[in-house]
Design a protein. Structure first.
Length: 192
C-alpha cells in the first residue's frame, strides 16, 4: 500500500467538505486546465467559460468523484466537452449567417430568378443542411470547420484535438457520405 500523494490527500479532504482543500485543487490545476482549454477552444473567452464550467462541476460533484480516471483527466474531459458545446453554438450562429448570405442575392440577380429557381435554391439548401445535420457528430464538426468555416486542415485537427491524419480521414468519410446522400442534387447532363 502506498502513501497518499498530496493530490490524493487534497481530494479526500475536499470530498469531506474542506473548502480550502478544494480551493487548493483549483489553484493547483487551473493553469494546466486553462492551457488545455485554450488548445481546444482556440478562443480566450470560450476557454475561460469552459474552465469555469469545469471547476464549477468539480465543486458540485467532488463528493461523487470516484477516481476512475485522474482528476486532471476528468477536468480535461469537462473542458473539452464545454469547448465543443461552445463551438457548436458558435457554428450554429455562423451557419445562420452563411445561410442568410446564400439566400441573399443582389437586386439585379434576384430580378432574374424565377419563382421556380428561388424554390429550387431553397429546397437544395434545406437538403444540404439536413444531410450535414444527420452526420455523426465527429464528421459534422470536421465538415463545418473545414468547409463552412474555411479553417485549414491543421487548424481543424488542432481545434478538435486529433491528428491531421485522423482529421483527413474523417473529412474524407464525411464528404463521401454527403456525396451519396446528395447525388440526386447534381445537375444532369442532357443530350441535345
Amino acid at each position: 500500500m502506498h502513501a497518499p500523494s498530496e493530490h490524493e490527500q487534497l481530494l479526500a479532504a475536499a470530498q469531506a467538505g474542506d473548502r480550502e482543500a478544494l480551493d487548493r485543487i483549483v489553484r493547483m490545476y487551473h493553469e494546466r486546465v486553462y492551457r488545455f482549454g485554450l488548445r481546444v477552444c482556440r478562443d480566450t473567452v470560450d476557454t475561460e467559460d469552459a474552465v469555469q464550467e469545469a471547476f464549477v462541476a468539480l465543486s458540485r460533484s467532488v463528493t461523487r468523484f470516484r477516481g476512475d480516471a485522474s482528476l486532471a483527466t476528468w477536468l480535461f474531459s469537462v473542458v473539452r466537452n464545454a469547448c465543443y458545446r461552445l463551438l457548436r453554438r458558435a457554428l450554429g450562429r455562423r451557419r445562420s449567417l452563411a445561410q442568410a448570405e446564400l439566400l441573399a442575392v443582389d437586386d439585379h440577380a434576384q430580378a432574374e430568378l424565377t419563382a421556380e429557381d428561388a424554390f429550387n435554391r431553397a429546397r437544395i439548401l434545406r437538403e444540404v443542411q439536413s444531410a450535414i445535420a444527420d452526420l455523426e457528430p465527429s464528421y459534422r464538426e470536421v465538415v463545418l470547420l473545414r468547409d463552412l468555416e474555411g479553417l485549414s486542415g491543421p487548424e481543424v485537427a488542432a481545434r478538435l484535438g486529433i491528428s491531421l491524419e485522423s482529421m483527413k480521414a474523417r473529412l474524407h468519410r464525411a464528404r463521401s457520405i454527403l456525396r451519396v446522400r446528395l447525388v440526386h442534387l447534381a445537375p444532369t447532363e442532357t443530350a441535345d
